[in-house]
Design a protein around this ligand. Structure first.
Ligand code: FES
Length: 110
């Protein structure tokens, strides 16, 4: 796990709930999804698997899926599934907001 912030507010989310950050030289899109009083954090590849659009410029739908800004393909932030059905897969990583900060699990990637 790699610490990316003390608190989610430090990440600088735009009004669309998305922000692109760099972790160990790798660009990653982080999403903040507000469900009632709960804030959930997700992370996915910075570039869309379809044609490379910048996911941080996309939007999050009411179900918490991220929508690519270019051709509007839609992906689950939980597992990267292409829920709009075009057959692509968006790489995702687990983000944990704990008492000691915000952490991302990049697995063996870095
Ligand atoms: S580049 Fe994302 S849907 Fe085409």
């Amino acid at each position: 796990m790699i610490k990316i912030a003390e608190h989610p507010n430090e990440l600088g989310f735009a009004s669309n709930g998305l922000v692109e950050i760099t972790v160990n030289g790798k660009k990653i899109c982080v999403a903040r999804v507000v469900e009632g009083l709960e804030i959930k954090l997700f992370a996915c590849a910075a570039a869309c698997p379809h044609a490379g659009a910048r996911m941080a410029n996309g939007t999050i739908d009411p179900l918490g899926n991220v929508i690519c800004p270019l051709h509007r393909y839609k992906f689950s932030m939980v597992n990267g599934r292409n829920v709009s059905g075009e057959g692509y897969h968006l790489k995702t990583w687990k983000v944990e907001w704990r008492e000691d900060g915000v952490w991302i699990d990049l697995g063996g990637m870095v």
